[in-house]
Design a protein. Sequence first.
Length: 453
Amino acid sequence: MSFQPQKNRVKVAVTSLGCDKNRVDTENMLGFLRQAGYEFTGQESLADVILINTCAFIDQAQQEAIETILDLAQYKQTGRCRALVVAGCLPQRYAEALLAEMPEVDGLVGTGQVDKVAEVVARCLAGEKVVMVGAPGYLPATAVPRVPTLPPYTTCIKIAEGCSNCCRYCVIPRLRGPYRSRPPEAVLEDAKRAIAGGAKEIVLVAQDTTRYGSDRGNGIALAGLVRCLARLEGVRWIRLLYCYPTGITDDLLEVMASEPAVCRYLDIPIQHASDRILRAMGRPTTQAELRKLLARVRRAVPGITIRSTFMVGYPGETDQDFAQLLAFLEEMRFDRAGFFAFSPQEGTPAARLPRQVPEHIKQERLEKVATLQKRISHALNRAKVGREIEVLVEGKRGRRYFGRTEADAPEVDGRVYFTGELPVSPGDFVKVRITRAFPYDLEGEATDSSSSR
């Protein structure tokens, strides 16, 4: 049965929550909706359909998703909205509860049914309550329609779906399925399309990018994929996110060191530094191994920026465990680090563990690690004063432009604010001499006589 949109050009407004992997799913859903004849609007009050792609990784993400749904549901009374569709991890995890407790919702789309979104929308507009939730994790074997949600000079490309690491606190394998790599031809085709559309920065994402190719048996691992991408005409930056520590190979580091287009930037979620807590989490590394890894990375790629993520308050975490984490952060001096508190996720082994850490202690520890990292980041930024750094221009506020260096991933890291004699545009690359440093951002002056487009 074919479900076609109404002929009066139905307008859809979309909200995408969560990580860059979710963003790619959102862009694919928009691509399928546009292919089916729908139009898009940035104003929910003018939308016939509101689509919300959700995250459900931790309690905070779930709460944000629920609040967003309730907030946008008002447009069914105050706007022209006729269908509210919720997609992604939240319906994949709690479809029955959403139907029972949120009557405002008309349709649910699971993580494995991204390509069915146009059908769901059409059926909802026809008056049905639709639940399209099945096996998790949509992974197209070929390039599929996409509508970019980032500025045209930057694109995210998902190279794999799911996760097979099975950390004891994580619900992702249930929401996204086991790890599966996309064919390299599909990734390259996505990149070529994005470059043709003006993309200069390609951000590679997956739940574990470093495992890429291990399930396909064709000999093409992440290092080979990155090398192929780096040699595409028109690409300036290739950035790697979500690199599992045990998968960072010498081949990958050699590619990062030798290919000018590959950003000297690695995002390595480490989670903790206490061997006891790492073992309890189901992480396959020790502190000693992590130290060796970080030394190897820095030795192989001089000047590399390393970002990491850490969890505090895991069940059984003692003051001594936390002190080890603080000492590790102090010594390793990460350029960037994010922190979050453990939240027990239903169905995970960690949720059933004894010795759960009280919330007030989690918050105290979060404040301590954040304060320490802010001091470290500020010191590292001050060392950049006087240097000349390449900046990707993103926009202008007042008399100052702003942009990012290769050390800054979009929407998660800092910015460089700068002035210059000649006008530049978003997507241009300019050289900026740094004159002032803050904990997360930098200030400077453009030094190029002309912009690099």
